[in-house]
Design a protein around this ligand. Structure first.
Ligand code: MG
Length: 192
């Protein structure tokens, strides 16, 4: 399963949920398969999808919005593994992190990450997250549907193949406008 295949499945399950996605190929490929105002693309803010989603999940604790989904990569999560301890400590019940783990930095010639030897799902479990795993499209659909019903924080560890999608355009939108679009969507969604 390639990253873009996994993102297609995640997007299909999160059409009405806030989704915070890490930078580079993850943002670009998600925007290519399903763009929408519920997506917050972090562009250059590597390592912070989980942190932003934690804040959003805590802020939305008393609203009708059921879950907040962070999409991370292994390299990005390893830049800020503290997000696992923070999630385990604060226990945001609406937080779901989908880790798309290919064991490499997709933006830098596929250099290996520590994820190639360290089980990031075990790290999340040790910090107190509920962990589910998937390695093919069918498992991803099933485990994600389940994850969206569980009390968070939930960590869905997804094994994906190395390689970025080709012919996907760069995401060159203004981050301020993307952030505003997300805030406006959240405000309208909360007011429903
Ligand atoms: Mg990676």
């Amino acid at each position: 399963m390639k990253r873009i295949d996994a993102l297609r499945i995640v997007a299909a399950h999160t059409r009405d949920l806030p989704v915070v996605v890490t930078c580079a190929a993850s943002s670009r490929e998600l925007a290519a398969v399903a763009d929408g105002p519920n997506h917050l693309y972090l562009l250059d803010a590597m390592g912070l999808a989980g942190s932003v989603a934690t804040g959003v999940a805590l802020g939305l604790a008393d609203t009708e919005i059921a879950k907040v989904v962070a999409i991370e990569g292994d390299g990005s999560l390893l830049m800020n593994p503290n997000v696992l301890a923070t999630g385990g400590f604060l226990r945001p019940s609406k937080l779901v992190m989908v880790l798309l783990d290919n064991g490499v930095y997709g933006a830098t010639a596929n250099l290996p990450t520590y994820g190639s030897r360290i089980d990031l799902g075990e790290l999340a479990a040790a910090a107190g997250w509920t962990v589910r795993r998937a390695a093919d499209p069918e498992e991803l659909g099933e485990r994600l549907a389940e994850a969206l019903t569980l009390d968070g924080p939930v960590f869905l560890h997804v094994r994906i193949a190395v390689g970025n999608a080709t012919d996907v355009p760069k995401l060159l939108q203004n981050p301020v406008i993307l952030g505003r679009r997300f805030q406006d969507w959240l405000a309208a969604r909360e007011a429903r």
